[in-house]
Design a protein around this ligand. Structure first.
Ligand code: ADP
Length: 618
């Protein structure tokens, strides 16, 4: 935000933003343009007709002509007012709609970027920063619309102003006016016009300067917003209610918040408003009044000297004042344009995060024999930015149809192994092969399709049960039911008020059902079963299940998965006894492989863990 922003950079950033927004809310720009034109012309319409009526009143006083001006004037002013009100409504509705629509840009980006980037804290921080600056003062993409409308309006305002004020400068005072004839001197007129334009620009520059101080408050405001987002709603957070009461945490919260109020009168923004931001803003408005005053004096002097009638005074003063306002607006927009460019740069930095992951084009050939073989060949992996290797020289081969268990203590690399297998990350060293071919060479979507995974931190959506299981609004009801029954949720399904149409959670409807952690896990398992992929992976699937449910799931699972390859991750060894092969992870490495019987009778990590855990099972 510190570096100097050039005008061409600012304009190209704004142009890009307009194109982007136009892509998600196309109609808005047409309406906005019309609204700006009508809005800019309106004051001049009033000024023009009032002037004609006054002129007629002051000079010839013809009743029929007066009536004509009054009727045409009322009709035109009325038509403009109605049109403006209509366009305002359309404009606001479309704008409100766009606030939601433009989120699509961010959501799409979030889902299309490489998982490794999506998983990075810096990516989330950048996104949060964009959202927060937008929330506290509207800087960013949406501010571009305001700037566009205001810019258009002021350009049209200036042009209309010129059209209505040219004769103010060109109509001469009569030669008989003595010293006033100086008002006819072209040099005088040019100097006066230049001074007026320059002073209006100076006013605009003050306003622009005032605007630039907002950037200085950005950090404090972002933090303030973050605090507000967290502490402002802490009382409504379901999960925290008990802790807050038991430990009387509300004092802790309010004390912290009181000390860090960015938006309070003594906060960073309040101080700026009392200081330079407020001073420059006031100066800008003050100077504008000066311009208006000078226009008054000049116009009145010319009228006094006989250059034109009293009706024209209304026209000139009204038009010149509106024009000075437009010049002020256009100049101050330069400040807005530059300040906002810093925020747009942030937005584009997020939207331009490149997809660095290589994506091949081979299909995974949906083999009817489901013959797949996966091999990890000397794979090592480090999370982006991490110092330590999460996996070190992992070698492993397994075939479809087998049951593989991955066991090991927390942090030993089990989940990381799965994340590499599913290509959420690529290893820095070594290769993962599917049927002998590096998985990077397959089409990414195609490759993802051969895995069904239940991660530990799976999430269900506040949508009907059936949609959750199928991950789709249209689904095969029989298949969904079977998946739920297989996952052990059959009895609960019977009691659901609307069966598969039962809404999960109460976020959107009172009739939604709250489900327990164990039930949620069963639904997540049903979702994996419904996908019917050749590989099914359960990452600590039973962590939220009670021991009876766990036993039930494991007893059935062998049958349920049928000819699929199942990979279980667990640190409860008893859960993995039935697997064909067990890989024991320790400190990012596979330290042992074998069947339960083989491993338990060999000295090593597995036997130690088994002995430590078995006392709880017996
Ligand atoms: P497990 O599944 O066996 O509990 P993980 O595979 O989750 O272990 O973690 C292996 C190691 O990688 C741990 O040291 C963990 O702290 C680290 N780790 C896991 N996820 C991340 C991440 N997103 N960024 C950085 N380090 C991570």
């Amino acid at each position: 935000m510190e570096k100097k922003i050039t005008m061409s950079h600012a304009l190209s950033a704004h142009l890009r933003a307009i194109k982007l927004l136009n892509g998600v809310g196309a109609k808005l720009f047409a309406v906005m343009t019309l609204h700006a034109i009508v809005g800019a012309l309106t004051p001049y319409v009033t000024v023009f007709f009032s002037a004609q009526i006054l002129k007629e009143l002051a000079l010839q006083r013809r009743a029929d002509v007066l009536w004509q001006w009054v009727i045409v004037g009322v009709l035109c002013t009325g038509a403009f007012a109605v049109l403006k009100a209509f366009l305002y409504q359309r404009d606001t509705t479309l704008l409100d709609d766009l606030w939601g629509r433009k989120e699509i840009l961010f959501v799409q980006k979030m889902f299309s970027m490489d998982y490794a980037d999506m998983d990075q804290q810096t990516t989330h921080d950048l996104r949060a920063q964009i959202r927060q600056t937008e929330n506290w003062s509207g800087w960013g993409l949406m501010r571009v619309l305001e700037t566009y409308e205001a810019g258009l309006k002021s350009v049209i305002g200036i042009l209309s102003g010129i059209a209505l004020t040219v004769s103010l400068f060109t109509s001469p005072v009569p030669d008989t006016a003595g010293g006033f004839t100086i008002l006819n001197s072209p040099v005088f007129i040019l100097v006066l016009a230049a001074v007026m334009v320059l002073v209006s620009m100076l006013a605009g520059a003050c306003s622009a300067k005032s605007t630039s101080y907002w950037s200085g408050a950005a950090e404090a405001a972002t933090f303030g917003n973050r605090l507000f987002g967290f502490f402002g709603f802490i009382g409504t957070h379901k999960g925290r209610g008990t802790d807050i009461r038991m430990y009387n945490q509300q004092h802790l919260v309010s004390a912290y918040w009181d000390k860090n109020r960015a938006f309070g009168t003594n906060g960073a923004i309040g101080k700026l408003a009392r200081g330079p931001l407020g001073i420059y803003s006031g100066l800008g408005t003050g100077i504008t009044v000066l311009v208006t005053g000078s226009v008054y004096v000049f116009t009145c002097l010319k009228a006094w000297a006989g250059a034109f009638d009293v009706g024209s005074i209304t026209q000139y003063v009204g038009a010149a004042t509106a024009m000075a306002g437009s010049i002020f607006e256009l100049t101050s927009l330069i400040g807005t344009l530059k300040t906002n460019t810093g925020y747009l740069d942030n937005t584009f930095r997020f939207l331009d995060i490149p997809n660095a992951m290589y994506q091949g084009s081979l299909t995974t050939e949906k083999r009817s024999d489901r013959q797949y073989e996966v091999e990890f060949r000397d794979v090592s992996f480090k999370y982006p930015g991490a110092e330590n290797w999460a996996l070190k020289h992992v070698n492993m081969k397994f075939q479809v149809g087998k049951r593989l268990a991955i066991v090991g203590e927390n942090g030993s690399g089990k989940t990381t192994f799965i994340k590499l297998l599913c290509r959420l990350y690529d290893p820095q060293e070594g290769q993962i092969l599917l049927n002998g071919i590096d998985i990077r060479k397959y089409n990414y979507r195609d490759y993802m399709d051969i895995f069904s995974i239940v991660f530990q931190d799976f999430q269900l959506i506040s949508q009907p049960l059936g949609n959750n299981v199928a991950s789709s609004a249209v689904y095969d009801e029989v298949k969904v039911r079977k998946a739920l029954i297989d996952a052990g949720l059959g009895d609960r399904l019977e009691t659901m008020p609307d069966g598969l149409n039962t809404q999960l959670y109460k976020d959107f409807t009172e009739n939604g059902v709250e489900i327990s952690g164990g039930e949620a896990q069963k639904i997540a398992i049903a979702r994996a079963l419904y996908k019917d992929a050749p590989f099914i992976i359960l990452d600590e699937p039973t962590a939220a299940l009670d021991p009876i449910a766990e036993a039930e799931i494991y007893a059935k699972f062998n049958d349920i998965v049928g000819d699929k390859t199942a990979i279980y991750i667990s640190h409860r060894l008893s859960s993995c006894r039935f697997c064909d092969k067990i890989a024991v992870f320790a400190d990012g490495q596979i330290v042992q492989t074998g069947s339960h019987e083989e491993l338990v009778s060999t000295d090593g990590v597995y036997a130690n863990l088994w002995n430590a855990q078995s006392q709880y099972y017996t």
